[in-house]
Design a protein around this ligand. Structure first.
Ligand code: PMP
Ligand code: GLU
Length: 428
């Protein structure tokens, strides 16, 4: 132990040994391997393959001179555009005043966990950052069990059982659909059932709908339809608008939760102040929508549906089990049917699975353990976004059908990666 305070032992206990987030770490590792000359198939980080729609880019260009700090909750016309978007896309009436714009929905989630002293509830598996945020803040958390045969979805009865075991207290359920990592989503009936239990136990629901507009059917439904007074809707520009790096996320709260909106805004005012002014101005164009943006979304979904189904089918034929993709751009194959064969290759857990896959084939993925699954499971997450979304969208716009020939031509690296995985799994 060093005597100097300029030493890692002086780090806060919750941060000591904290590794970088798994999604960002696999991306950096992929870049390093590429720089070292290896062919890497980047199925690791999940980001939209599509360019930001042209009118939104034009709006950002025009907004470059915008230089003032903006109101903490966000630019008023943007809050209004978001309220309009929620009405249009989800049929949900929400006041513009309770829309909060943040530097990514991820940051707003952290601030919410900071502000609301609750036990965090997350279905297992869930996205990589919810639980680390709870740990950073010293919050308790519980992984709620799911079944692969249920497409890893939370059942209302499971939530009920968990909540009934202890008296009512502050609890925060983060429910993400379409889901990262599984690619599955919830039906309106499933959401209604979960909503009824959440209401009964007074659970605050943070509904992470960042992939809502890339639901493959274009028919995304929000749990806020069934539990408006207790649901925060989280979304942003990162996924449907292809603008993860612009860092604009948002929350919409109901009027009943104004006390929480105020608390989140107070923390925001002491931390990030407000999101970049030009990005907020450009986001108005994105959330107001237009026929061009509607067409962009339709075309994006067409490509993602075709490629997702192709990848899922290829993995199933190779022996994995997995949900049929319903939205977003992730698959969560479970290779346990191949456990005996993998054991002869010294692969007995998800970390060994993804390491061996990366070393042998160059396909970068994330182990199921990064999403809360037990380490000895043979699950992994892949993100089928390693293709040039701009040329793929152009082709669809010009009338190309998304068939196998299309995928081989416009999503060649994704097709190569999924076959490399399947062939690798089939090895004796
Ligand atoms: N939720 C899920 C499920 C995600 O995959 C991501 C990753 N971008 C986020 C939230 C955070 O998104 P952002 O901070 O870019 O809004
Ligand atoms: N959400 C993306 C993913 O799951 C990456 C961005 C992030 O984790 O912040 O891969």
């Amino acid at each position: 132990m060093s005597n100097s305070p300029l030493h890692p032992s002086a780090l806060a206990p919750a941060v000591q040994g904290l590794p970088p987030s798994a999604t960002l770490a696999i991306n950096e590792r992929s870049h390093q391997l590429q720089a070292a000359g290896r062919k890497i198939y980047k199925f690791g980080l999940g980001q939209s393959p599509f360019p930001v729609p042209a009118p939104v880019v034009a709006a950002l260009r025009a907004a470059a001179p915008q230089k003032d700090y903006l109101p903490v909750r966000g630019l008023k016309p943007l809050q209004e555009a978001v309220a309009h978007y929620l009405r249009r896309q989800l049929g949900i009436e929400r006041p513009a005043a309770q829309v909060i714009i943040g530097p990514g929905s991820k940051e707003l989630m952290f601030i919410t966990q900071l502000a609301y002293a609750a036990e965090l509830l997350v279905p297992n598996p869930s996205w990589v950052s919810y639980v680390p945020q709870a740990k950073l803040l010293g919050r308790s958390f519980a992984w709620l069990p799911t079944q692969p045969s249920d497409d890893w979805k939370l059942r209302a009865a499971t939530l009920d059982q968990h909540c009934a075991a202890a008296p009512v207290r502050p609890r925060l359920l983060i429910l993400n659909y379409p889901n990262n990592p599984t690619g599955a989503t919830y039906s309106a009936i499933e959401l209604a059932e979960i909503a009824a239990v959440a209401r009964r136990h007074q659970v605050l629901v943070l509904s992470d709908e960042i992939y809502g507009d890339v639901d493959h059917t274009g028919q995304h439904v929000s749990i806020a339809t069934h539990y408006p007074e207790g649901t925060i809707i989280a979304t942003g520009l990162s996924k449907w608008c292809g603008a993860g790096g612009w860092r604009l996320g948002l929350f919409s709260l109901p009027p009943e939760l104004e006390w929480l909106a105020s608390a989140i805004a107070a923390v925001a005012s002491e931390t990030f102040t407000s999101v970049s002014a030009p990005v907020q101005h450009a986001a108005i164009t994105a959330f107001n929508g237009s026929p061009e943006i509607t067409a962009y979304l339709d075309q994006s979904r067409t490509v993602l549906t075709g490629l997702g189904n192709y990848c899922a089918g290829t993995l199933r034929r190779a022996g994995a089990t997995l949900p049929t993709p319903a939205g977003g751009f992730y698959l969560f194959p479970d290779f346990s049917p191949l456990r005996a064969k993998f054991a002869t290759r010294q692969i007995t857990n998800s970390a060994q699975l993804t390491e061996a896959l990366l070393n042998d084939t160059g396909v970068a993925t994330l182990p199921g353990s990064a999403f809360g699954r037990p380490g000895d499971e043979l699950t992994l997450r892949l993100s089928y976004v390693n293709f040039d979304g701009a040329t793929a969208l152009d082709a669809v716009r010009e009338g190309a059908a998304v068939d196998v020939a299309f995928l081989r031509r416009y999503c060649a690296d994704s097709v190569a990666a999924i076959h490399a995985m399947a062939d690798w799994a089939a090895r004796e």
